[in-house]
Design a protein around this ligand. Structure first.
Ligand code: ADP
Ligand code: MG
Length: 338
């Protein structure tokens, strides 16, 4: 969500829609809009244009509503209200905000803090467009304001959230787009759509099948393309699953040979080393999104272990370009250009 629209468009993943046979009753309908500071594209399989468009518009409407709740960068959002009230008071929030925060805390715990929902004060110190990064002393000072373990108080019954230390803040950038994709899919299903794909920038959730009865195809970007036709590293078949990719190549700048990118190790406050790209596939877009960010920080070995423990699928490219892939998707991936 923190992502402003950049040249990248669909940042890290691309949807591949092969022309579907015209003999089928169902056809593909697709619409894009700008929401949550990024491009949202919804494609559905439907027997009627009206039904498809009305369902897509309802999903866009829901996302617009969510934007007002969970956008870390918007001062009007509930997340910002919690952040402003840090060290002062608890804030009553909607069930959507509460639910997303709980998922962010679950990912934080499960990655043993590699994902940290309270990394806001550190993230604010970087500006990847202006090549700006914090000094060591500023980092040290702000690191005292992070930490989801002791300083976050959630009261589920009262639907309130409190950050204990003044200056603390939630950053929802690593999970909100995947969460939004889940919510959009729920709306489409409720509207009677049987198959579709929602892409909130590079965070993608699919359900059901394409009109030709085949699974949806998603392309995973090559983190270090050497030529134009080398941009997609692999394609992957997906059905009723979300996929997110976290990479060090979309938002970054180079300084003295060091790549400063937007996935931060919460222990040091510096960009995580170890991976170029991490894609996670799971039933929930929110979890694919959160864990792709967290596993990027954990690195390939620990990351693969965690994927297997969770029963999730994934592909990790380490700093040397070595590829790790979970067993369960080996036969669903087609490799290209590497
Ligand atoms: P993108 O936003 O490019 O899709 P990610 O899903 O990996 O990529 O999210 C990166 C964002 O997550 C960062 O811009 C920042 O807002 C947030 N973030 C960075 N490092 C962490 C971390 N260790 N824990 C939680 N959130 C993080
Ligand atoms: Mg993420």
């Amino acid at each position: 969500m923190s992502e402003k629209i950049t040249k990248g468009g669909f940042a890290l993943l691309v949807i591949l829609l092969l022309a579907s046979c015209s003999t089928e009753k169902e056809r593909l309908y697709k619409k894009s809009t700008i929401l949550m500071d990024t491009i949202v594209t919804i494609t559905v399989s439907s027997e009627s244009k009206e039904k498809a468009e009305s369902a897509i518009d309802s999903a866009f409407g829901k996302l617009k509503e969510m934007e007002g709740l969970i956008n870390f960068w918007s001062p009007e959002s509930e997340i910002s209200a919690i952040n402003r009230a840090s060290g002062k008071e608890k804030v009553k929030v909607s069930s959507i905000t509460l639910d997303m925060i709980e998922k962010a805390l679950y990912v934080s715990r499960t990655t043993d803090g590699a994902f940290d929902a309270t990394i806001g004060p550190i993230i604010r110190l970087y500006d990847f467009k202006k090549n700006k990064r914090p000094s060591d002393s500023t980092l040290k000072e702000k690191l005292t304001l992070t930490g989801f373990r002791k300083n976050v108080v959630v009261d589920k019954n009262k639907s309130t959230v409190y950050l204990r230390k003044k200056g603390m803040s939630f950053d929802t950038g690593g999970i909100a787009k995947g969460y939004a994709a889940d919510v959009a899919v729920d709306v489409l299903k409720r509207k009677g759509i049987k198959g579709g794909i929602v892409a909130v920038s590079g965070d993608i959730k699919t359900f059901g099948l394409k009109p030709d009865g085949l699974p949806w195809l998603v392309g995973i970007k090559n983190p270090r393309p050497k030529a134009k036709d080398d941009e997609i590293m692999a394609t992957l078949e997906l059905q009723d699953a979300g996929i997110s990719t976290s990479g060090d190549y979309e938002r970054f700048f180079m300084e003295d040979g060091i790549r400063y990118h937007h996935i931060i190790n919460p222990v040091t406050g510096l960009p995580a080393s170890g991976c170029q790209s991490v894609s996670v596939v799971s039933k929930e877009g929110a979890l694919s999104d959160g864990f792709s960010t967290g596993i990027f920080v954990m690195g390939p070995e620990k990351g693969m272990r965690l994927l297997n423990e969770l029963g999730f699928e994934g592909i990790i490219v380490d700093t040397q370009g070595k590829i790790y892939i979970t067993e369960g998707i080996k036969d669903k991936v087609k490799w290209k250009g590497l």
